[in-house]
Structure formats: C-alpha cells, structure tokens
Design a protein around this ligand. Structure first.
Ligand code: XIL
Length: 382
C-alpha cells in the first residue's frame, strides 16, 4: 500500500512569514538529535516533492490559484513547501492582464512572481497566445472579432512584446503558443489563423517573444500530444518545420490532462520523438481524472479507481524522469477542491484528479510521486 510515508521524513515546524517559509526546528524522525553541528535550516522538508526532485535535477511545479495563495494558509504553505516551479492557473492570461484595451492589470501575476522569488521557485509563464480567455474587446470566442486583420496582427505583436517585457528575466519557460491544433490535427481557425491566412502567426509569436525576453525558454503547449495520432503528428510536423526555419522554439509542453476512462497514452514515445528534434520537453498541466459521483464530485464511483490513478501518475512522472530533456513536471494544481476538472468534465461527471484531497491532505497519488522521486534519487547503499 502507498499509505506509508517515507521513513526518512524530517519532522519540522514551519512558520509562514509573508508567504515565505522559515524553519524553526528540524530533527530526523526516529533519530537522535544531531550532537555538534546542527544542519543549516531548510526552507522545505527533505521528503517534499521539490527536495526529492532537486536531487535528480527536475523541477516539480504546480498551477497556482491566486484566490487561495496568501489567504488560505494551508494552501500557501503546501505551494511553498512542495513545489519548485509555479504556473499562474489564470492570472497571466490575456483577459486577466488587459481586460480593457490598453489598461494592464499585472498585480496578481506580479504577486505570484514575488512569491516564487521568495520561495526560490521558477515560473512557467502561461500563456502569451491562445484562443480562450481573451478579453471581450478582442474576441468573445477566439474565432470571431470586430477588428480588421491588420489590427489583429498589430494587437498580438504589442501584447507579446508588452507581456514578455513586463516579466523579462522572471520567466523560466513561456508557453508562447497554446492549443493551436484541434483534435483532428487541423490548425484551429482562430482569429490568429484568419488574420495571417494560415499558421504563420506561430513563427511570428516565437520570434517576438524571443526578442522581448531572449533568455526565456519558449514552449509550444497542447493537450493529447501524449497519445500518438493525428494531433500529435500535426504538432510534430509543425515544430520540425519551425526548427528548420530557425524559429526560436525551445520546448514542447505536454499538458497531460489524463482520464482513467481512456487507456494510458504512449507518452514515452512522444516525449522521445519531440526531444529528438532538439527540444526540451515538460509535463505542464498534469491531472488524472476519474468518474465520480454526481452528488459528490470528488468521490470516485469505483472504489478501485484511485489505484488506476496512482498508476497513471507514476507512469507519467517516470516517463519524464527517464528522459534527460524533460525538465519539469507540473500538476494542474494540487487540491481537489480547486481543480478545474469537476466544472468542465461534468457529463459524465469526473473529478478527484489531483494529488491532495478536498481538505488538502495528501492522497495515495501524492505518495506514489514521492516514492518514485525518492527511488530516482537513489536508494541508500546497504
Ligand atoms: C483552465 C483553468 O484551470 C480554469 O480555472 C479556467 O477557468 C479555464 O482554464 N488548458 C490550459 C489551461 O492551457 O490554461 C486551462 O486552465 C486548462 C486547459
């Protein structure tokens, strides 16, 4: 069973000071307190996901809900203690940063960047170009707009330069382009596609982002790329042609929104083939949903479902661990109470997709990630 916590867990007391963790005591469980030199205070426990991942050079991230960060103490503490990278779940999206034309509202995104700095976390910027969550002055559905093609082009260029410059130096990975292909592997006919008369906007977006923040790693990010098929193949062909044209693209983001009602994807093959193009790869939005009860959305219908979920989480993490090019593993949040899944996947109802339960207690899904990371770091010699 996965319920046992790792035995080398460190018992410690953390105090939350303005979002920053400070440790006031740290004694290995079951061991005598250190005699002479006390080890230097640590900002997070030795058995946290971030500490274990650091031993193999991997960043473990989370999407962050800015309605909880700083107000919900337990949520804030877990965010700081367990993760070494953060992604804004919403507050860096266009509708959030420029709700009325020309008036930027960076406050919440700036707060997240400041929190990350305090807690020695890197930031995944999400996202510069998407067809969803656009401000209504630009488009209400991502496919239609009252602006002319020339205006659309100018507005996108300004947006990418303004946003990438605003966060210049603070972003480790930018999701420059998000979800440009549909499930049939066709380029989505968005306002961007229509303004350019094709997918040429994608190369322009990467070039502009690179000019605005030359040190950021620039990613294309999408879902279902984990599965081999028309969509993954179409994105592969696009990225290969971008590389051939020397467009500054550095990484491929596999969102990793998985469900136990579908088979486990051939993720390893897909990570490998994109990495072989000379790209970094990352798992950027992982969650593993399962069928849940209509009247209790985070309660699985099948009592055995959590074991399937544990298997999916473990295999997804291990697929990343096995490939040097895989630089970060990011679940899309950590507490079931704040997950986007129950609201969006409601017919049939799915949920229970994250690694902490509704009360923010770690589930078996947390334990398997912790154990896999500990194993990757190397079992002690006997
Ligand atoms: C989701 C957020 O989690 C929700 O809170 C919001 O209402 C809609 O967007 N792919 C992405 C993410 O790239 O930005 C989406 O996030 C989930 C799917």
């Amino acid at each position: 069973m996965h319920r046992l916590r790792l035995t080398f867990a460190v018992a410690s007391t953390a105090v939350l000071l303005g979002g920053q963790l400070t440790f006031v005591g740290s004694v290995p469980a079951g061991a005598a307190p250190p005699a002479a030199k006390p080890s230097p205070p640590q900002a997070y426990p030795a058995d946290s996901l971030r500490a274990l991942a650091a031993r193999v050079g991997l960043r473990v991230g989370t999407a962050v809900n800015m309605d909880q960060l700083g107000t919900n103490e337990k949520y804030t503490q877990i965010t700081a203690q367990q993760f070494s990278s953060v992604t804004a779940e919403n507050v860096m999206k266009w509708s959030e940063v420029e709700p009325t034309r020309g008036n930027y509202t960076w406050e919440k995104a700036d707060q997240l960047v400041a929190f990350a700095k305090k807690n020695k976390q890197l930031v995944r910027g999400h996202t510069l170009l998407w067809h969803n969550q656009l401000p209504t002055w630009l488009s209400s559905d991502g496919y239609t707009t009252t602006l002319s093609n020339d205006e659309v082009k100018a507005v996108l260029k300004k947006h990418i330069f303004d946003q990438a410059r605003h966060f210049k130096g603070d972003i480790w990975q930018w999701d420059v382009v998000n979800e440009a292909f549909d499930d049939n592997g066709q380029p989505r006919q968005t306002i961007w596609y229509k303004a350019w008369g094709g997918t040429g906007y994608i190369a322009d977006a990467f070039r502009w982002a690179h000019q605005a923040d030359p040190k950021a790693l620039l990613f294309y990010n999408d879902y279902n790329l984990e599965f081999t098929g028309v969509k993954s193949d179409a994105v592969y062909a696009l990225v290969r042609s971008l590389k051939a044209q020397r467009v500054p693209i550095h990484g491929l983001g596999f969102q990793g929104h998985l469900s136990t009602q579908y088979g486990y994807p051939d993720l390893t093959n897909n990570l490998e083939r994109f990495a072989a193009l000379g790209l970094k790869v990352a798992l950027t939005e992982v969650d593993v949903r399962t069928l849940t009860k209509a009247d209790a959305v985070n309660e699985p219908v099948d009592a055995l479902a959590p074991y399937a979920q544990e298997s999916y989480w473990s295999r997804t993490l291990k697929a990343c661990l096995a490939i040097r090019a895989c630089i970060s593993f990011t679940p899309w949040g950590f507490g079931d109470a704040y997950s986007w899944v129950p609201g969006v996947f409601a017919d049939p109802q799915e949920g229970a997709a994250l690694i902490y339960d509704e009360q923010l207690n770690p589930k078996g899904q947390y334990d398997v990630l912790q154990q896999d990371l500990a194993l990757a770091a190397g079992a002690p010699r006997r």
